[in-house]
Every structure is written in C-alpha cells, then in structure tokens.
Design a binder for this molecule. Structure first.
Ligand SMILES: [Zn+2]
Length: 398
C-alpha cells in the first residue's frame, strides 16, 4: 500500500478528493509549495503547517548535489532531515537538468550535466533518478522524463515524447525492484492529520508503506502526441499521472488547451497533476478542469521580488504609493502578516532590503494560494464551480 485516492464530490469536470500517502492525507485539488533544497525559501516548517500546507516539493537535482542523497538517507530521509511530518513529492531532476544546464548532453542512456555549484560533471538516467528519489524518500516520486522545449518542430517533439515513454518504462522497472530500499522503517512514518476532513483511522494506516511513482505525459503542444503519450504512459501503468512540459514559454491559452486535451485521455480514478503552474487565476481554472495537484515557484519567487497576490489583485509592494499606506496588505486575508502589519511597513522592509520582507511576503503569498485552493475545494463540493471561476476572473488588477 502506497497511496490511495478517493473522489468525494464531482462538479462538471472538477472534483474534490482525498489522497492518502504514507505520511499524511491530502485534500485535493491541492497546491504544493516548492521547497527546492529542502526548504520553502523564507518559511519555516511550523509556519507551513500553520498555513495548512499538506504536501511540499523537493527538487532532486538540488538535493542530489547538496547535501547529497547518501547524507539525506543516513539521516532517515527527507522527512526526518527537514523535520516535515506531512507529505512530500520529489521531481525527477530532469526539469532542472534541462533548464539549468546549457552544457548538458542527452543520449538514450541519460543526461550528462554540469553542477551549477562547482562545474563538476554528473549523470542522470531513469535508474539513477529513481535511486536518488528512493534515497530521499518522498511519498510521491516522478519518472525521469525529458521536458521538451518550446517551440520545437514536430519531429523533435515526437522523438522527445518517445524517449520519455522509454524512460518511463525504465523508471518503473528500477522503482519496482528497489522501492523497498526507502529509508523509512515500517511504522516509523510519523503521521500528521493536517487535513480538513477526518478519515477513518483504518484508511490512514497503509502498511507496509512504500513510495508511489507517478508517470509524466509529454508531447509538446501537439494534441495527437499528447494523446499518444498518455496512452503509452497508462499502458506502463502508474498510480498517478502528471502533465509535464507546460509553462515553458507557450501562450497561456495554449497551456489550457493542452491540459484540457490531455485530461480526456487520463484515468478519472487516478490523481492528475499539472507540473509547474501557475498564477492564482490559473490554478483555479485548472482545478475546475479536473486537475488534482499543482505546484509552482511563483508565489514564493514573486514574494521575494515584492510581488504580492491579493483578493484585490496584484500588489507591487515596492511602489512609493504604499509608503504611507497604513492598511493591511489584503483586507480579506486572515494570514498572520495581514493581521499584523501595514502596507507601509512591508514597503519599508522591502525598500530597506530586510530579510524580514522576504519572509513576510512569502508567508502571505503562500497563504493566499493555499486559501484559494481551500475555497476552490469548497465551491466544487457545493457545485459552484462556474460561479467561483468567474468571481476570481473578474478580480481587478492594480
Ligand atoms: Zn495575508
């Protein structure tokens, strides 16, 4: 037993559900904050818990380079190392290798790349990515795929999609042979019921626990190739499916079209995850299309640049117009930042380049994203999908 997924309510194509993982239950659709090197930048684990984050991401590429998989394994796996009792997901390292390494060399066997830290040479293959992700020990891990660049010609997209399919089969084979090597001892997983709805104790104790490996659909912006990629990935067989290769520079309308087209071919009874999206409006839109899981660096990265998402639109806190604004950042936000501090103070912290500016801005943005998903789940469960979508879409922009 590794994960189980139950759909609680359906409204049009959208659904709410519960994803039970070895470490915690997750209410879906869910937004997953990104903790690249084992830290959601600027926010401590206790505050993530307070904000209601049920699952966070770690990036295999970064953790493999530093502190190294064997170190994390010796310390009991990522959960113990970073002191996070809820669920975690790691990516395969593929996306970072492709996006951070201009000197990479791709062959059928895998990818040779240079560390962005010290220039040293490394090699990732489906097998070594699985080995690293098993050693890190997240609840959900991802197949090693090639994220096809945009734009790309038809022959290139097909070749890339086909290689991803072959790599998915190799990933699964290695995972099945080695999944027992995860650095949890049976019963050591500390469960945290950071969930809104109580579940029966029986369903929360899957045993013995193993990780779950998700497949990834590629195929660029070509609907036929997306369909073929979905079919080939489903044929290999995974407990969840991701849509990868989006948010790589294509127009937003195209992202939506490809998500919608790909969803048609994915099993309805399995979790469906869009990787690397999006704005608050987009995550609402995709949840309403039937997506269950999303992750993005946008709320945390934007926060560090002083760009804040609020119920009244975007706020660029660096602007002089906020210098004497004694009001809260977002009058409709219940987060600890909006309850306590003024726009003037947040603007002053940012202008003074204080570390606290990044911390407070990140707490608010994550709170806004997680709260947005809470409201989406609530409205889907009430069958109010279209109303919520139009309300978010009509938010004034500043
Ligand atoms: Zn707030």
């Amino acid at each position: 037993m590794s994960i189980s997924f139950h759909i609680d309510s359906i409204s049009g194509p959208a659904r709410t559900g519960r994803l039970l993982t070895p470490h915690a239950a997750i209410d879906t659709p869910v937004f997953m904050p990104v903790g690249t090197v084992g830290s959601v930048k600027g926010v401590s684990q206790d505050i993530l818990e307070e904000l209601g984050a049920q699952i966070i991401l770690g990036n295999t590429y970064h953790l493999y380079l530093r502190p190294g998989v064997s170190t994390v394994r010796k310390l009991g796996g990522l959960h113990r190392f970073i002191s996070w009792r809820r669920a975690m997901l790691t990516d395969s390292g593929g996306f970072q290798v492709f996006s951070l390494n201009e000197l990479r060399k791709v062959t059928e066997e895998g990818v040779t790349f240079r560390s962005h830290l010290d220039g040293s040479s490394h090699f990732f293959s489906p097998e070594s990515s699985m080995e690293a992700q098993i050693g890190l020990g997240a609840d959900i891990i991802m197949v090693f795929d090639e994220c096809t660049e945009y734009p790309a010609d038809a022959a290139r997209v097909r070749a890339s999609m086909e290689m991803t399919a072959r790599w998915a089969a190799r990933s699964k084979k290695y995972f099945e042979e080695h999944k027992h090597e995860v650095p949890w001892t049976q019963g050591s997983a500390v469960r945290d019921q950071g969930s809104e709805t109580p579940a029966s104790p029986l369903t929360l104790t899957p045993s013995p626990s193993t990780q779950s490996l998700f497949g990834i659909v590629q195929g660029g912006m070509d609907r036929a190739l997306r369909k073929e990629s979905a079919e080939r990935t489903i044929e290999i067989g995974f407990p969840g499916y991701a849509i990868g290769g989006l948010s790589v520079g294509e127009p937003r309308e195209l992202t939506r079209e490809i998500i919608e087209a790909t969803l048609e071919h994915l099993p309805k009874d399995k979790p469906r995850y869009v990787m690397g999206v999006g704005t608050p409006e987009e995550i609402v839109e995709y949840a309403n299309l039937g997506i269950d899981m999303m992750d993005c660096v946008l709320p945390t990265r934007a926060a560090r640049h002083g760009l804040l998402f609020t119920s009244e639109g975007k706020v660029s806190i660096k602007q002089a117009r906020y210098a004497q604004d004694s009001g809260p950042l977002d009058p409709n936000c219940a987060c600890r930042v909006c309850q306590r501090y003024s726009r003037a103070y947040l603007r002053h912290l940012y202008a003074s380049n204080e570390v606290l500016a990044q911390v407070l801005n990140t707490i608010h943005n994550l709170s806004f994203y997680l709260d947005t998903m809470r409201r989406v789940r609530h409205s889907i469960s009430l069958g109010e999908e279209s109303r919520f979508l139009s309300r978010v879409g009509s938010r004034p922009k500043s």
